[in-house]
Design a protein around this ligand. Sequence first.
Ligand code: PMP
Length: 399
Amino acid sequence: SSIFAAVEMAPRDPILGLNEAYNADTRATKVNLGVGVYYDDNGKIPLLAAVKTAERTRLETMPPRGYQPIEGPAAYDQAVQKLLFGADSELLAAGRVVTAQALGGTGALKIGADFLKRLNPAAKVYISDPSWENHRALFESAGFEVENYPYYDAETRGVNFAGMKSFLQGLPAGSIIVLHACCHNPTGADLSDAQWVEVVEVCREKGLVPFLDMAYQGFADGIDADAVAVRLFSTSGLQFFVSSSFSKSFSLYGERVGALSVVTASKEESARVLSQLKRVIRTNYSNPPIHGGAVVAAVLSNPELRQLWEDELAGMRDRIRAMRTGLVEQLKAKGVAQDFSFVAAQRGMFSYTGLSAAQVETLKNDFGIYAVSTGRICLAALNSGNIGYVAESIAQVVK
Ligand code: PMP
């Protein structure tokens, strides 16, 4: 018999299943709010002008395609560090940050998880309740036991900060805490700056290992404003991890461009940590691909392209905000009594709308509007052409 005879069918990815159902829907008015991608006002994934220009220049020079350094080129890694930690960071000057290019934010999380498993095999990993669905699977596949810490408060549609803090205070030293640096996926509910200060303090007091996941830098308030958690941990004297991604901020989803940065206690420690990260990478995929990272590094190091990118990023951020406030206003205008103003207060691409699984099902069946059964919608999938229809449909479903 076949060596695969006993292989079981793995569970389907719920969001991919949603996309398949959406694609098969023949209604012209259908809307897919289940996606995790930024679409422009025409419903298209943008190719940023800064990226196009950098790509054209690269194509003209026809660079050879040798292997990259295992940790990616220094120009890329340093550009990432400046975005995350700030160009004038003391940590960078002291050589206390090591960065390795990674296959998107996902790849960065996996490198960090594999390294942490070797470092502290007995530690448990804690992720927010709820969290990006891949967090649990990623850390479990690295061999960790994964548990939730309290996070979302369905009543306030914000963060249950008291619950989160007291839970973290009860954890044993060495516990690994995965924190969404900004634009929490899936809820859109972020910590305030003051709450971040408290989280840093708990991590210090209890000897926790913070792992910041920064997948949406620039999508909430701006490049530096969105890095507040990273900056606060930076001044704490603690060691911590940051996974980061250019999938959203550069609209380079399929190029797989991200990075893992690790903050150590000293330059000498950095060298040892980097050597171990390189070992993890070498035994997984050897070294990262060239194109996406080269484009990002080119844009970030060229003042004109950098400005263009910052403007385009601000455009994406502003459009998401406009969709948030637009949806709130239109729901109100359609006579919805329920207060949806929390949608405008949440940040990033997503919102936990509070729509029930049954309401989500009705939206799909009766209106061709697809959302995740948890009530998560992607605000970046709204546009001036569909927002009225979506608001009208939600109004009918919640009335
Ligand atoms: N972390 C979070 C919280 C995310 O939402 C995502 C993307 N949806 C990622 C990491 C991974 O991003 P990438 O596509 O760069 O792997």
